[in-house]
Write a protein that binds this ligand. Structure first.
Ligand code: CMC
Length: 393
C-alpha cells in the first residue's frame, strides 16, 4: 500500500527548511547565517559563532559578554555525574563515554525542562555547550588515570578545555595562546554543517519531543562513525599506516579498487564537489600552528600534503570530484596541541553541540513541527499463513 520513492542516503531529499547554514557544494561555499566561514574563522570566535547560530545575528558587545558569562557559569557538572566515569572500562573510547555521560544529563535536567518554552530550551542548549568540554576532558583524564580538573571560569572556552585536559592538581598550567587560538578556530569550523547525519539524528530524535540531552547523545553516536566525524581519527591512523610517501600509490590503488573496502579517509563529501572550504583553512592553519608549536614539521603533515597532491591528479578522484574534507587536516593540528587521537572525534562533538542545539531549537520553535517518520518501500513477502512448527520442513 502506498507508493514511495526511495532516496538512499537522502541524497536528494530535504528533511526540513532551515535558516542556519548554507552550503554550495559545487562552489565550495559555506555560510553560517549568511556569513562566510572564511570571515568567521579569521575574525570571530566559538562563543560568538554559537550565539550567531542560535539567534541568527552577531551579538553586540554586551550580548556577547552576557552570553559568555552564562556559558562560563554552567561549565561545572554535577558531582554525582563524576561517578559515572568509574563505571567505564579504563580504556573505553572517549566517544563511548560521551554517549553515556551526555545521555545521562537527561536524568539531571528532565523534570523541570519545558521543551515548549523558549527560555527553557535556551537554558538546556547553554548547559550542553558549557558542559561538553568538561565532560570530554573528564573522559580523557579517566582513561589516563589522572584526577579530573575543575573548570576555571577566568579562561576562554578553548583555554578552559586545554586547562581541564592538561593541568594537574600538583603543578601550575599556563594555556598557550597559540594552542588556544588554534583550538578555537577548529571549534568555529566544526560548529555546524546543516543536515549532516548527526544533526539529522538530533532532529529526528527531538521531533518526538524527547529530552534534548538524550537527543544529543544520539547525535554523538551518529557522529562517531568513520564515514562522519570518526574520519578525523581514521585519517591519522591511515597516514601512520601509509608511513612513507613511497607507499602512497599503493594506497591510492587500494582506494580505487572496488573490491577493497578501503577508502581514502578525509576525502570526499556528500555535498562538496569542490574543495571543502574548511579543509583549505585548516591546511593553512597547520603551517602556522606547526611552525609555532612543534619543533619541526610533522612528518604526517608532509605525508598528507603529498597524498592530497597525488590524489588530486588522479583520474579516479577527478572524475568523482573527491577533495580533502574537514577531517583531512584537523588531526594534524590536534596532534600539535598534544590532543590524543582517541579524543579527535570528541573535539568534533564539542564543536558540533552548538550546531545540534541550533537545529533542535529551530525545530522546536516551529509551530508546524511534526514527528519525523520516514516511510519505506516494502520488499518483504506478501501476506501468508502461519505454518505450525510440526508442518515446517
Ligand atoms: N576514497 C575512495 N573512493 C571514494 C571516497 C574515498 N574517500 N569517497 C567516495 N568515493 C567514491 C565511491 O566509491 C563512489 O565511487 P563509484 O561512483 O565508483 O561507486 C563515489 O566516490 C561516490 O561516493 P559515495 O560513497 O556514493 O559518496 P557519499 O556521498 O555517499 O559519501 C562520504 C560521502 C564522505 C561518506 C565518502 O566520500 C567517504 O566515505 N569518505 C571517507 C570518509 C570521510 O572522510 N568522512 C568525512 C566526511 S566530512 C566530515 C563529516 O561528515 O564528519
Amino acid at each position: 500500500v502506498g507508493c514511495f520513492t526511495v532516496d538512499p542516503g537522502f541524497s536528494a531529499t530535504a528533511s526540513c527548511a532551515s535558516g542556519i547554514t548554507f552550503i554550495d557544494g559545487e562552489q565550495g561555499i559555506l555560510l553560517y547565517r549568511g556569513y562566510p566561514i572564511e570571515q568567521l574563522a579569521a575574525r570571530s570566535n566559538f562563543l560568538e559563532v554559537t550565539y550567531l547560530l542560535w539567534y541568527g545575528k552577531l551579538p553586540n558587545e554586551s550580548q556577547l559578554q552576557q552570553f559568555t558569562h552564562e556559558v562560563v557559569h554552567h561549565t561545572m557538572i554535577n558531582e554525582s555525574l563524576r561517578l559515572f566515569y568509574q563505571g567505564f572500562h579504563h580504556d573505553a573510547h572517549p566517544m563511548a563515554v560521551l554517549v553515556g555521560v551526555v545521555g545521562s544529563l537527561s536524568a539531571f535536567y528532565h523534570d523541570y525542562l519545558d521543551i515548549h518554552d523558549q527560555k527553557s530550551r535556551e537554558m538546556a542548549a547553554l548547559r550542553l555547550v558549557a558542559k561538553m568540554p568538561t565532560i570530554a576532558a573528564a573522559a580523557y583524564k579517566y582513561t589516563m588515570g589522572q584526577p579530573q580538573i575543575y573548570p576555571k571560569n577566568s579562561l576562554s572556552y578553548a583555554g578552559n578545555f586545554l586547562h581541564m585536559m592538561f593541568a594537574m592538581p600538583t603543578q601550575p598550567y599556563e594555556v598557550d595562546p597559540v594552542a588556544e587560538r588554534a583550538l578555537d578556530l577548529l571549534l568555529v569550523l566544526h560548529a555546524d554543517h546543516e543536515q549532516n547525519a548527526s544533526t539529522s539524528t538530533v532532529r529526528l530524535a527531538g521531533s518526538s519531543g524527547a529530552n534534548p540531552f538524550a537527543c544529543v547523545a544520539a547525535g554523538i553516536a551518529a557522529l562517531w562513525g568513520p564515514a562522519h566525524g570518526g574520519a578525523n581519527e581514521a585519517v591519522i591512523r591511515m597516514l601512520q599506516e601509509i608511513g612513507d610517501a613511497k607507499n602512497i600509490p599503493k594506497y591510492i590503488a587500494r582506494a580505487k579498487d572496488k573490491k577493497d573496502p578501503f577508502r581514502l579517509m578525509g576525502f570526499g563529501h556528500r555535498v562538496y564537489k569542490n574543495f571543502d572550504p574548511r579543509a583549505t583553512i585548516i591546511r593553512e592553519t597547520c603551517y602556522q600552528v606547526l611552525e609555532k608549536l612543534a619543533d619541526s614539521r610533522d612528518p604526517l603533515f608532509e605525508l598528507a600534503l603529498r597524498l592530497e597532491e597525488i590524489a588530486l591528479k588522479d583520474e579516479y578522484f577527478i572524475e568523482r570530484k573527491l577533495y580533502p574534507n574537514v577531517d583531512f587536516y584537523s588531526g594534524i593540528i590536534y596532534r600539535a596541541l598534544n590532543i590524543p587521537m582517541s579524543m579527535f572525534t570528541a573535539m568534533f562533538a564539542i564543536a558540533r553541540t552548538a550546531g545540534w542545539m541550533a537545529h533542535w531549537m529551530e525545530m522546536m520553535a516551529d509551530p508546524e513541527l511534526r514527528i519525523g517518520r520516514p516511510r519505506q518501500l516494502y520488499t518483504g513477502p506478501v501476506m501468508r499463513d502461519y505454518v505450525p512448527l510440526e508442518e515446517r520442513k
